[in-house]
Ligand binder design. Structure first.
Ligand SMILES: NC(=O)c1ccc[n+]([C@@H]2O[C@H](COP(=O)([O-])OP(=O)(O)OC[C@H]3O[C@@H](n4cnc5c(N)ncnc54)[C@H](O)[C@@H]3O)[C@@H](O)[C@H]2O)c1
Length: 355
């Protein structure tokens, strides 16, 4: 297979020409996104607004699970977005938690972008970076929007200190957040040591404390970020949240329904989030209804929902395929503009109907 560098490639594929197919490796993805935290947060906000306005198609994610490897899964997230950068496509993302013990990240992914006019796939992007980036950008956006109307958190606590926690910290710092204290809690001492090393390298200000107990981390944090790989709720005590922190429940399955029922609850998309045994899904099953939900992040951003300042606020984002598409298309356009798009020669062959 020949890989061509095409300086002439345009950001938007030409529908009248032979369809092209580009492969964008992780190094190019990283280069396109590096240092662009605020731009990506703005893009994620615009995408949530498009989705909230109905200018998207985002069917349920499909979970491929394995009887012989119950802790692993591969998820398909097909989606379509409208707006100026309209594009269709799908993220295909594996989660193999056991990878971490052998030094490989848990998640690996590709993203396929399909042309709006022809349906032809026109790019395949390394997507673990895109996925972590859109997740962290969504968390940073929520931290900002959901803390308006209450005092801005000065004490952050990371519950689970893996790759996603690192990206979330990078996005918080890259969008102007500073903290007096940074608390860390993880079942693995290697993970907290690794995260501490990252913070030192990033020359972060604020006192860093590793908490042995979950309760101590939560009670000493005004902004709590859950990024574990827990499959079932393990934080069950509403009293630990008596100081009413803002909680970014990115890993979705850490909190018992009792904790959600004592809090205001915001999700990214109601139908998506109330599935797959997430804490909101368990809460719906326990109560038989959705009254415990206050609304979506888009509802808060557009002013349809106002959050109380005297209750814990929990944001549970299921993670929408439209965000991967928006960030992936941004990366594609940046790489194309730079003139370094790697096109696969003759990827689509046999293009004449009768040969
Ligand atoms: N909602 C979204 O859009 C979205 C997107 C991407 C990832 N995620 C989720 O983020 C989570 C973290 O992903 P990652 O790539 O950082 O994983 P990772 O394996 O790199 O890190 C997870 C960390 O959590 C720790 N941990 C596990 N159970 C724990 C517990 N009960 N208490 C404390 N620590 C615990 C592990 O020791 C590990 O250090 C995953 O659950 C993933 O599914 C959510």
């Amino acid at each position: 297979m020949t890989v061509l560098s095409s300086p002439a490639a345009q950001p938007t594929p030409d529908h009248t020409a032979t369809p092209t197919f580009a492969v964008i490796p992780g190094a190019q993805v990283r280069q396109a996104l590096d240092g662009r935290e605020q731009q990506v947060v703005d893009l994620v906000e615009a995408t949530y607004r498009l989705h909230g306005a109905g200018d998207s198609v985002n069917p349920p994610s499909y979970f491929l699970r394995f009887p012989d490897r119950p802790s692993s899964r591969i998820i398909a997230l097909p989606a379509s977005i409208g707006g100026l950068n309209r594009v269709d496509g799908m993220k295909w993302i594996s989660s193999f938690p056991a990878n971490v013990s052998s030094g490989l990240p848990r998640a690996s992914a590709v993203l396929i972008l399909n042309d709006h006019e022809t349906g032809y796939p026109f790019a395949c992007l390394e997507s673990s970076i895109i996925s972590a980036t859109r997740t962290a950008a969504s968390a940073a956006l929520a931290a900002d929007r959901l803390s308006r109307g209450r005092s801005r958190p000065r004490r952050v606590g990371f519950f689970g200190t893996g790759l996603i926690a690192r990206y979330i910290h990078t996005f918080l710092a890259g969008t102007g957040w500073t903290f007096d204290t940074i608390g860390l809690h993880d079942l693995s001492a290697d993970s907290t040591a690794g995260f501490r090393g990252y913070l030192e390298q990033a020359d972060v200000t604020g006192e860093v404390t590793v908490h042995d107990s979950a309760e101590a981390l939560i009670r000493s944090s005004d902004l709590v970020v859950f990024a574990t790989v827990a499959g079932k709720p393990h934080v069950t005590e509403p009293a630990w949240f008596a100081h009413h922190p803002l909680v970014l429940h990115v890993s979705l399955r850490d909190l018992a329904p009792e904790v959600l029922l004592a809090s205001a609850n915001v999700v990214d998309d109601v139908e998506h989030c109330l599935k797959a045994d997430t804490s909101p899904h368990l809460t719906e099953q326990l109560t038989g209804g959705r009254d415990f939900l206050d609304g979506t992040l888009d509802d808060v951003m557009t002013g349809r929902v106002t959050l109380p300042d005297d209750r814990t606020v929990i944001f549970s984002p299921f993670g929408l395929g439209v965000l991967d598409l928006a960030v992936g298309k941004y990366v594609y356009d940046e790489v194309a503009r730079s003139g370094h798009l790697h096109l696969i020669d003759h990827f689509f062959h046999d293009l004449r109907r009768y040969g």
